[in-house]
Design a protein around this ligand. Structure first.
Ligand SMILES: [Zn+2]
Length: 452
């Protein structure tokens, strides 16, 4: 049986195949608007099923709605069950303004070593790499002691209610694994000549706070007979803008900043000064340090007023809130109550879009990923930093099932993360990352599933 290094060498001779697979997936427009009927992920799932079947890998499609299939493929091991799950998603976000794109969003054109298109990076690149990784192992007759599973879900971009959320609730047995690797991490950060990778072990929570700000309506010609809710709103907005969230540096991430030549141990007292300092040389890292040291409270939508000659009685203000993994609802309420103190005309309610979640950093999967990525990009000088993602992914559904889930895509250090533009105009992926990610996925599975 071929050893791991020869499997990784084989990836280099499959580059055209990997790129072609990625192109074919991007060309199926599985756009998720968030409003049913939408997504149309089933054609992607069927393409994957047929492609895997040609490689001799069995899969099935499970769907809450026939148009929104989830693909589940299993490479069995000698022992029952699977130990590792490759995760990704098949839906993509809409194209906002096609006229701004330099490449047709669903043509999957190649330019300067990149594949362009909506979903090229998020998340069809990872899906392509995981499928190719399975195919290369299968072609080489790799025998696994523990099984490997691949699940690509629908509806990741709008709550997962047709994808991983639904699978976790109704078919948890289809996700059964000790470990999982998913999107939402694995970005290289070059700083001061050092190469570091973020291994994301968790995600901030996302809540929507809906505030109702009340006044009393009146005819606008005699405004003093009413109470204009917009003025109260302006007070609320002033307070939110002035809100200073509590600083917190207890996440493991802050124990690893010496990797980026930050010598001072971060504390709640010095974190803002450190952020300001890092901002000059590495804005991306500074932004991460800022996001991981506090809750954020951001007004995003204002609605109010019914007629141009009426004093508005109510204004509705929506805020986006991102919480650290240990900040619960009671914490959020206490913070909001402080901000709104003494304003009896304001009420709010909280909608959880995603609860904060995390897996332990100390695990066999961490060790496997470190080894895998070093081999995948031929670098033995990589530093590792446990991160918490600002956004959220389907990992929030698998972590509560006890599956140790990390965000790790295995991008190539030469592929500038700023070019991928997930959710943006001219989204793309570097072919070097498709290759390194395929290698990394093979090497992770090889170790976790105990090949040989
Ligand atoms: Zn995604």
């Amino acid at each position: 049986m071929p050893d791991l290094q020869s499997l990784l060498n084989e990836v280099d001779s499959c580059v055209d195949e990997i790129v072609h697979l990625e192109q074919e997936l991007v060309r199926i427009p599985s756009v998720n608007t968030g409003f049913m009927p939408t997504g149309n992920e089933t054609p992607v799932a069927e393409y994957c099923r047929d492609w895997l079947a040609r490689e001799g890998i069995e899969s099935k499609i499970l769907a809450r709605d026939p148009e929104r299939g989830n693909i589940i493929a299993v490479m069995p091991g000698d022992e029952p069950g699977t130990r590792l799950m490759f995760m990704s998603h098949t839906d993509v976000v809409p194209v906002e303004d096609e006229s701004k794109w330099n490449w047709a969003p669903f043509a999957a054109e190649i330019s300067a070593g990149r594949v362009y298109g909506r979903g090229a990076s998020d998340c069809k690149a990872l899906l392509s790499s995981q499928m190719m990784a399975m195919a290369i192992m299968k072609r080489n007759g790799i025998r696994l002691k523990h099984g490997l599973r691949m699940v690509s879900g629908a509806d990741e971009e709008h709550g997962g209610r047709w994808g991983f959320g639904w699978l976790a609730e109704h078919h948890p047995e289809e996700l059964e694994s000790k470990f999982a690797v998913n999107e939402g991490g694995g970005m290289p950060i070059e700083d001061g000549g050092n190469l570091a990778y973020m291994l994301n072990t968790g995600e901030k929570g996302r809540l929507e706070v809906h505030l109702t700000i009340r006044g009393a309506s009146a005819h606008a010609s005699v405004p003093w007979t009413g109470e204009n809710a917009t003025y109260h709103t302006s007070e609320v907005l002033k307070r939110i803008e002035a809100y200073e969230p509590e600083r917190d540096t207890s996440l493991e991430f802050f124990d690893h900043l010496s990797t980026f030549a930050i010598e001072d141990r971060p504390t709640p007292q010095n974190i803002d000064a450190l952020v300001a300092d890092v901002q000059k040389r590495n804005p991306r890292l500074a932004s991460m340090m800022r996001a991981l040291s506090r809750m954020t409270l951001t007004p995003t939508i204002i609605k109010g007023g019914i007629k141009s000659n009426s004093v508005p009685e109510t204004i509705e203000l929506t805020c986006d809130v991102r919480t650290l993994p240990f900040q619960d609802e009671a914490y959020v309420r206490a913070e909001l109550d402080k901000v709104l103190d003494g304003m009896p005309n304001v009420e709010y309610d909280i909608d959880y879009m995603a609860v904060p979640n995390s897996s332990d950093y100390e695990s066999e999967l961490t060790e496997a990923i470190k080894t895998a990525q070093a081999m995948a990009v031929s670098r033995d000088d990589i530093s590792w930093v446990p991160g918490i993602s600002n956004g959220f992914t389907d990992s929030r559904f698998t972590r509560p099932l006890g599956i140790i889930t990390y965000g790790f895509k295995g991008d190539h250090p030469d592929d500038d993360p700023m070019l991928s533009r997930a959710h943006g105009t001219d989204e793309s992926v570097g072919i070097s990352s498709l290759v390194s990610s395929t290698k990394s996925m093979i090497a992770i599975a090889y170790q976790i599933c105990d090949a040989g």
